[in-house]
Design a protein around this ligand. Sequence first.
Ligand code: GLP
Length: 240
Amino acid sequence: MKIIVCENYEEMSKAGAEIIAETVKANPSCVLGLATGSTPVGMYKCLTEMNKAGEITFKDVTSYNLDEYYPLAPDHDQSYRYFMNHNLFDNIDIDKANTNVPDGLAEDPAAMGKAYDEAIKAAGGIDLQVLGLGPNGHIAFNEPEDELYVGTHLTGLTDSTIEANSRFFASKADVPTQAVTMGIGSIMQAKKIIVLASGKGKHDVIVKMQDDRITTQCPATLLKVHPDVVLICDKDAYNG
Ligand code: GLP
C-alpha cells in the first residue's frame, strides 16, 4: 500500500482528484467506483472545477457507487443517490444514465446485489475505486464482523455507525438500520483503489492499516492484500 500524507483536507482532496483525472484522461470510458461520506466532498468539488475548466470530461465515464441506505428512496435527501447527484453528477458532464447506485428500495435485495455485481463485471470491472473509512474501520458498509460478504448484499449497521452518521439526519432514530453495500470481493476486484482519510477520528484505523496483519474486525485492513492501493490522508489522520 502506498501512503500519501497531505498537509490538510484541501491537499488530500486535490491529490485524490488528480488520480481520478489521470485515470479518466488515460481512458475516457473508464469505470469509476465512487464513495459517499463527508470525506470525498472536497475531491468531488475539485473534479467539478476541472470539468468546468475543460481539463477532463466524464461524458463517456460509467460509475458504480459502493452503497445505499435501506430502505431509503433515491430522492430522500439523505440517500446516497441524492448525495451523488448533489455533490457530483449534477455538476459535471457525466451521462446520468451511466451512473449507478445500489437500489435502496429493492424488493429482493439479494437479487439486486447479484445483478449489481454482474453489471459491474459486464462493464469490464471497476478501473478505479474510491473508498472512505468508517471510524470503526468499515469500508462501504462492510462493518466489523467475524464473517464478511464477497458480493453486494443487504447488511445491518452497527450502533457506532448509526451514531456516527446520525449527524446528517434529524435524529439518531431517523438513521436507517440497514444498507445495501458492495461486498469485500466486489471492492477487491477493482484494478486500483484510492482510500481517502481526513481527521483524527480515522487515526486508529490508519494505524491498523499499516502493520502486517488483517482482520475482518477492521475491514480496511483487508486492503493490504490488494496489489494497487493508495491511501491518501491528511496529517491529522496520519499522526493522530
Ligand atoms: C459511510 C459510508 C462509507 C464512508 C463512511 C465515512 O458510513 N458508507 O462508505 O466511508 O461513511 O464517512 P465520512 O467520510 O463522513 O467520515
